[in-house]
Write a protein that binds this ligand. Structure first.
Ligand code: GDP
Length: 295
């Protein structure tokens, strides 16, 4: 991921070699290369445009620094803009006092939401935080079974009420159960649809209203590329998210979604999914990714 982007950016820096300083004129070509690089990495068009504008403003306003070549200075400016768009450092999960911390999982079907629910429970256990998982996808019995299977695999309890109760009621009772069990965190898995749909959004909003979660995490499939920006915007506007988990970054994704989430929602990516196994979850470090993008 991002290797092609790093290579492309190399040609952006090259256009500034041999110049004495950055000027509005001599950065045009570099900016065009950066834009091309972003679009090739599947960054959403509007996000790329905003990013380029930010870099342009920073570059024009940059003071000449003795001993720093313009291409190096430009790289630093792009780095700063990347950090600005993705966030500086890892944003940790909320930790409610008194417990339980309530985490609501949202996202389209197939993005890896149920897997991410189990991954998160395993991650929290490493921090000595106990969890209860709650299955509210009453439309797909297979989704409930999947969560139960994952729960067994990682030895974490799963609360479910089959497919007859309403998702709001299951969520509410799941939280009550978490209190009764004295667990640290309750993670509520919800139903997804193949695409954005009013009923799904209304149901999520109703669950959110009922249980008042400390975190509403949107699971975004990195393979959706440009579309990730629109999806994130829709979920944020209609439900309100506090962060995202970007999944399938191990695949042959070009990674552009990583730049979109915070830009369109103001909320950070908190974790990334890097494989199908339950262990394949990592905290997201924007500054490290920015360094990697710049090669
Ligand atoms: P849900 O419908 O959103 O709950 O999605 P699932 O959790 O059932 O995941 C859908 C598919 O994506 C499954 O085959 C998962 O194994 C796979 N998956 C989930 N997360 C990742 C990931 O980070 N990397 C890869 N390669 N596959 C993943």
């Amino acid at each position: 991921m991002f290797d092609a982007l790093a290579e492309r950016l190399e040609s952006a820096w090259k256009t500034l070699r041999g110049q004495d300083k950055i000027t509005e004129n001599n950065i045009q070509e570099a900016l065009r290369e950066v834009r091309r690089a972003l679009l090739e990495a599947d960054v959403n068009l509007q996000v790329a445009k905003d990013f380029i504008e930010n870099v342009r403003q920073r570059a024009i306003g940059a003071e000449v620094i003795a001993g720093v070549r313009p291409d190096q200075q430009f790289i630093k400016i792009v780095y700063d803009a990347l950090v600005e768009v993705m966030g500086e450092s890892h944003s940790p999960l909320a930790h409610a006092e008194p417990p339980p911390t309530i985490i609501l999982m949202a996202g389209l079907q197939g993005t890896g939401k149920t897997t991410a629910t189990a991954k998160l429970a395993l991650h929290l256990r490493k921090e000595r935080r106990s969890t209860l998982l709650v299955a509210t996808d009453v439309y797909r019995p297979a989704a409930i079974d999947q969560l139960i299977t994952l729960g067994k695999q990682i030895d974490v309890p799963v609360f479910e009420m089959g497919t007859e109760a309403s998702p709001v009621e299951i969520a509410r009772q799941g939280v009550a159960k978490a209190k009764e069990l004295g667990v640290d965190t309750v993670i509520i898995d919800t139903a997804g649809r193949l695409q954005i749909d009013a009923d799904m959004m209304a149901e999520l909003a109703a669950i959110k209203e009922a249980v008042q979660p400390h975190e509403t995490l949107l699971v975004v499939d990195a393979m959706t590329g440009q579309e990730a920006a629109n999806l994130t915007r829709a979920f944020h506007e209609q439900v309100g998210i506090t962060g995202a988990i970007l999944t399938k970054l191990d695949g042959d994704t070009r990674g552009g979604a990583a730049l979109s989430v915070r830009q369109v929602s103001g909320q950070p990516i908190k974790f990334i999914g890097v494989g199908e196994k339950v262990e394949a979850l990592q905290p997201f470090y924007p500054d490290r990714l920015a360094s990697r993008i710049l090669g």
